[in-house]
Design a protein around this ligand. Structure first.
Ligand code: TPP
Ligand code: MG
Length: 452
């Protein structure tokens, strides 16, 4: 029997769609029937919804507390000492590890500068990722350039590790004419074709079902073109976003359609002012993956080696058997305020933050490992920090001075051609500007009035 892309029998598919779809040679595994009959005297439930459940005459409500808390995988401890299995360490060169360290430092230094710039009124908004650089840089290091990324907003390290340049960051932050989003998004809502990353959007968790859908399309593309490079979708979100319905829909879709996707939850202890203790009662976000039939692991997000190793393995798993989802819950602590619009000391004690900063953080931990191995020292640290600071400030200055996108960018790119209404609005704006030129300073806009 011929099967459509959706796994439905063609006889049930509208005829017009059959013609279009039948030209695509795709094999999809189909469950022909879900009416599994009960064998006489079987000790198993054979209802279609739970085929391996044993009958019992004990009336026991399954209690979450009966299950052990899911452990947290790590490779090095907070002193940078290898605590993993002997002879087992991620295969990565010293040079590569040093480049991870520099990428984490770059994000950290850029964050400090841009946070200050916002305070000075030179930028409308910013979000730092202090404490989470290990999760973002370490996981991105395990991706291939072909993989597709969907991020939330605190994943600057993913962009940095994938080769997004300081010029690209600054152009977006200052919404200048080099910004690929043409100045239409709030700062930190990065996106680019190269490196491949969908544009970040503020409505929480929307990227998670979009990523599951993209993973389904990646799966179908791989079936149509087996010689193309194999790729997965990497989807990042915070534990707070996992309280949205979108998270649940996405995980179920990815599980039932066997999509090649790795979900990476950054559990940093807070959703703005709401601590995790008030967000859920279960065992973090990891326990939810198991509920959806998804292979899941919890990892120490301050340990970049553990994050890298877990992501590398998860990527392979996601590509196996035609595709399957994996969930990683990476534990960390949000050292920073939520954003420049937040003062976190209104809802948490300073000492809690200071404790975390001192006790454990991913940058310090990797530095200790590098120093233990003789690959780093105080002099290199000072020199590198100085170089990175200068590089960030240089791009900062050029991006701030650069022209803004042309005014017509306000109307374009929604439809291929301007609609009649948009065209009328554009003409009206021009008329107003020309009538009251002293009210509009267009010097900063590419092309001035001609750019409209
Ligand atoms: C649909 C929606 N609801 C609420 C918000 C406001 N909001 C922005 S970030 C955030 C907290 C998200 O926390 P989490 O997912 O843990 O990410 P973190 O900020 O900790 O990295 C909230 C509630 C939003 N942007 N979108
Ligand atoms: Mg959070």
């Amino acid at each position: 029997m011929a099967i459509s892309l959706t796994g439905r029998c063609f006889m049930c598919t509208p005829r017009r769609r059959v013609a279009a779809l039948s030209s695509i040679p795709i094999k999809v595994t189909v469950r022909w029937s879900n009416s599994i009959s009960q064998r006489p005297r079987s000790d198993h439930v054979r209802f279609p919804g739970a085929v391996n459940s044993k009958f019992t005459s004990e009336m026991i409500f399954t209690q979450p507390s009966a299950f052990p808390t899911i452990p947290t995988y790590r490779v090095i401890d907070s002193d940078g000492v290898h605590v993993g299995k002997p002879n087992r360490f991620p295969e990565v060169s010293d040079d590569e590890v040093v480049s991870w360290y520099k990428n984490m430092l770059t994000v950290n230094i850029m964050d400090l500068i841009m946070f200050e710039a916002q305070r000075q009124g030179r930028l409308s908004f910013y979000m730092v990722s202090a404490g989470e650089e290990g999760i973002t840089v370490g996981s991105a290091a395990a991706l291939s350039q072909h993989d597709v990324v969907f991020a939330q907003y605190r994943e600057t390290g993913v962009f940095q590790q994938r080769g997004f340049t300081l010029k690209q960051f600054m152009s977006q932050l200052f919404a200048n004419r080099n910004d690929t989003g043409k100045g239409r998004n709030m700062p930190v809502h990065y996106g680019s074709v190269n490196p491949r990353a969908y544009t970040i959007s503020s409505p929480l968790a929307t990227q998670i079902p979009q990523a599951a859908g993209a993973a389904y399309s990646v799966k179908l593309q791989a079936l149509q073109n087996p010689n193309a490079p194999r790729r997965i979708v990497a989807c990042y979100f915070g534990e707070g976003a996992a309280s949205e319905g979108d998270f649940h829909a996405a995980l179920n879709l990815a599980a039932t359609r066997s999509c090649p996707i790795v979900f990476i939850c950054r559990n940093n202890g807070y959703a703005i002012s709401t601590p995790t203790l008030e967000q859920y009662r279960g065992d973090g976000i990891a326990s939810r993956g198991i509920g959806y039939g998804i292979d899941t692991i919890r990892v120490d997000g301050n340990d970049i080696f553990a994050v890298y190793e877990v992501m590398k393995e998860a990527r392979q798993m996601a590509l196996s058997n035609g595709g399957r989802p994996v969930l990683i819950e990476a534990m960390s602590y949000r050292v920073s305020h939520h954003s420049t619009s937040d003062d976190s000391f209104a809802y948490r004690a300073r000492v809690e933050v200071e404790d975390w900063k001192r006790r454990d953080n991913p940058i310090l931990r990797l530095r200790k490992w590098l120093e233990n191995r003789g690959l780093w020292n105080e002099e290199l640290e000072l020199q590198t920090r100085d170089q990175l600071r200068k590089a960030v400030l240089k791009e900062f200055g050029s991006a701030e001075r650069e022209k803004k996108p042309p005014l017509k960018a306000m109307f374009t790119d929604v439809y291929e051609n301007l609609t009649e209404e948009a065209e009328e609005q554009r003409r009206e704006l021009r008329r107003i500007i020309e009538t009251y030129p002293e009210e509009y300073d267009l010097a900063d806009y590419d092309g001035g009035i001609k750019g409209l």
